[in-house]
Design a protein around this ligand. Structure first.
Ligand code: CA
Length: 227
């Protein structure tokens, strides 16, 4: 909570009501009645969401929305007068995330605001997420997941660790000793054949299943994963 909502609305009673409602719910607020100033403030200040009325002095909400979208993906909910259907459609075309028709129920507005902020944050997280891509395979280290052509691949802990090590060193040929040290640990005592065995497990779950070559053998040296 504590997200900052910018209320752009030139009808003072509505603006005041929105402000009181949002602050009671734990949001921070800022208000603006003039369209042109609102546009400038959206570019200069940081808001988590903008509630944007359509009819405003000096610059209308549609124009603001369109211009803001050229430079920012701040979530915008348009506030339209009752039955202004063309406005709604146009608003969404211009890149608004949602719209509300006045007069609106407080609970619905709060739900829309929270939903819009949540979806926006999820989108940012997804775009920042680390991922390794090899051909049609994606490995998501934070999620401990691997997909090939969008289909999940079930791997054991060691298979996953081995694949991750190969993918992190894409194109490099890794020796059995290197792999043993990195994936099984320095104190692992055993036959380096364990590496060959696990490579064969990965090949059957990935290369064979999807009919595409990922894991290459360099005879006498080791293994590599390549695009
Ligand atoms: Ca207005």
């Amino acid at each position: 909570m504590g997200e900052k909502i910018f209320i752009v609305e030139d009808e003072r009673p509505i603006s005041r009501l929105l402000q009181l409602t949002l602050e009671r719910e734990g949001f921070k607020t800022a208000t603006e009645m003039n369209g042109r100033r609102a546009f400038e403030r959206i570019l200069q200040e940081k808001y988590d969401l903008v509630l944007l009325d359509v009819m405003l002095p000096e610059m209308d909400g549609m124009e603001i929305c369109k211009r803001v979208r050229e430079v920012s993906d701040v979530p915008i909910i348009m506030l339209t007068a009752r039955d202004e259907i063309p406005d709604k459609v146009e608003g969404l075309d211009l890149g608004a995330n949602d719209y509300m028709t006045k007069p609106f129920a407080t609970e619905e507005l709060l739900a829309r605001i929270r939903g819009t902020i949540r979806r926006h944050n999820e989108k940012i997280r997804a775009s920042e997420e680390t991922r390794y891509v090899v051909k049609n395979m994606i490995l998501y280290p934070e999620r401990y997941e691997v997909t090939v052509k969008g289909e999940p691949v079930e791997l054991t802990h060691k298979e996953y660790a081995l694949l991750k090590y190969l993918v992190e060193n894409k194109r490099n040929v890794l020796s059995r000793d290197q792999i043993l040290q990195q994936v099984w640990g320095y104190d692992f005592i055993g036959d380096t054949n364990v590496v060959d065995v696990y490579i064969s497990y990965l090949r059957s779950k990935i290369d064979d299943r999807f009919g595409e070559k990922y894991i290459y053998t360099t005879r006498g040296v080791g293994y590599a994963i390549r695009d």
